[in-house]
Every structure is written in structure tokens, then in C-alpha cells.
Design a protein around this ligand. Structure first.
Ligand code: PAF
Length: 265
């Protein structure tokens, strides 16, 4: 496994990859959900590049950019074990050598749900995803279903801007009790972790009113939204194919979702 920290090292490593290339983009603090992305990537391509970059552009003022977990050594051990070929670990000045004046806009998709609570977040995500696609030159890019709105925005960017990359969604990985894996779960105390199960329970109800009632009975979780939406546009729709939820448990914001053609968590 080659670890590339600079653009030059990445270009040299990319040149040696043969056949179809997949990219898995991450912000590090890897867990089994990321490992699953790498495993899926292996099925879609001959070689796998993983990027580890905590992208400042997608964090708002007062969000957890500074305390976002950084665990490079254990991340590299996980990726080595999963058989990644190249890991790109740039610093912010490598990705943004100059202030990024021109950015990708997520349009209306960036203003609702996660975008309403985190203004500019999806513009920051799309800008770095497009840059990392240009830098890694993949045939296919894999993203977790867990970040359903991010997935929708990336699919729309790839389609609207004719980016020659196939986007593949990978189902959410959950703990046995239903909690969706997330790098932010490590912020939770044991009691908060128990409280956080209300997100999965509310989704399992498959009904927005019943799910909201579960939150009413759980004072430790502060519900932001629980809504049925169209998974491509993120417009609220009573017959939408996806239920999305976001809530704050302590100071940790958690999101989850359930595609309605899937088994409940
Ligand atoms: O999902 C994430 O970890 C990030 O939003 C991504 C796609 C790596 C962009 O920074």
C-alpha cells in the first residue's frame, strides 16, 4: 500500500495502477462502515484509492472541525488490512494551495435538511469531491448510503457537470442494536449512545408521526427533522422513497435514513 501525501506522490502512484480504479473518499477516523466501502470498491475495480482528508470547507463556524477525530495510524492499518492500493493523505494546503474562489454549488439540494442546519456544507463537500475526483482520476467512486443527502448531491453534480465517474452507493453498516456507524459516535457517552438508538427506532417505525412520538418520549435527543423525502431531490413527499432523520444527542449531531425498499434497522 502506497501512502501519498503530496500531489506529486499521488500522480506517481496513480500512474502505476492498472485497469479500473475506484476511489473511496473519507475524512479518516475509519470504522467498519469505511472498511465496507473499500470491500465494495474491490468488487467494482482492479485497484482502490482511499483519500483521508478532513475538509475545512464543509465545516461551518462553531462546528467540530478542530475536534474532529484524527486517527491516521489506525486508519492506515485498517486500509492495509482491507487491501487498499493507494492512500492519499493531503494536508489542507495541498488540497487548497490558494483560497478556493470558485466553488461547486449544491443549489436547492444544499438548502434543505442537513443544508438548512449546516449552511454551505454541501457546497464544501461537492467542491472537495470534484477536486479529489480530478486528482485521483477514478472510474468509479463509492459513497455510503448513510449520508443520503450527500450522495444525492454528488450524483446530481456528476450528472449536471458531466463528470466521467460512476457513483455507487453502499448500504449503511449498523451495530447489532441498529445504531448506524459514524465517526461521530465516539463523541457519545454510554448513556448518550443508548439515547441515540431512538434514531434507528424512529426509522424502523416507517411512519413519520409514529417516529416523532418516539422522540417526544426521549428527552435526551433533540429532534431536528424526521421526514419522508424523494431520495434524488430531497423534497419532502408523503410518498417519498426515503425517511431521513437528524437529531442532537448531547452536543453530537447524528443523522440516519431508511430507504423504504430496505429492511428496517
Ligand atoms: O462523507 C465524508 O466523509 C465527506 O463528506 C467526504 C465525502 C469525504 C468529503 O469530504
Amino acid at each position: 500500500m502506497i501512502v501519498a501525501a503530496t500531489r506529486e506522490e499521488l500522480v506517481a502512484a496513480r500512474k502505476d495502477l492498472r485497469g479500473r480504479v475506484a476511489v473511496v473518499m473519507t475524512m479518516g477516523a475509519l470504522h467498519d462502515g469505511h472498511a465496507e466501502l473499500v470491500r465494495h470498491a474491490r468488487r467494482h475495480a482492479d485497484a482502490v484509492i482511499v483519500t483521508i482528508f478532513v475538509n475545512p470547507l464543509q465545516f461551518g463556524a462553531g462546528e467540530d472541525l478542530d475536534r474532529y477525530p484524527r486517527t491516521l495510524e489506525s486508519d492506515l492499518a485498517i486500509l492495509d488490512a482491507e487491501g487498499a492500493d493507494v492512500v492519499f493523505t493531503p494536508t489542507p494546503d495541498v488540497v487548497y494551495p490558494t483560497e478556493p474562489l470558485v466553488r461547486v454549488s449544491a443549489g436547492a439540494l444544499g438548502d434543505v435538511f442537513e443544508g438548512a442546519s449546516r449552511p454551505g456544507h454541501f457546497d464544501g463537500v461537492l467542491t472537495v469531491v470534484l477536486k479529489l475526483m480530478h486528482l485521483t482520476q477514478p472510474d468509479v467512486a463509492l459513497f455510503g448510503q448513510k449520508d443520503a443527502q450527500q450522495l444525492a448531491a454528488i450524483r446530481r453534480m456528476v450528472s449536471d457537470l458531466d463528470v466521467p465517474v460512476s457513483v455507487v452507493a453502499v448500504p449503511t453498516v449498523r451495530e447489532p442494536d441498529g445504531l448506524a456507524l459514524s465517526s461521530r459516535n465516539r463523541y457519545l457517552t454510554e448513556e448518550q449512545r443508548r439515547t441515540a438508538l431512538v434514531l434507528a427506532r424512529a426509522l424502523a417505525a416507517r411512519d413519520v408521526a409514529a417516529g416523532r412520538a418516539l422522540f417526544d418520549a426521549e428527552p435526551g435527543a433533540d429532534l431536528d427533522y424526521l421526514e419522508r423525502v424523494d431520495s434524488r431531490t430531497f423534497e419532502a413527499a408523503p410518498d417519498g422513497d426515503l425517511i431521513v432523520v437528524a437529531a442532537r444527542v448531547g452536543s453530537t449531531r447524528l443523522i440516519d435514513n431508511l430507504p423504504l425498499d430496505e429492511k428496517a434497522p
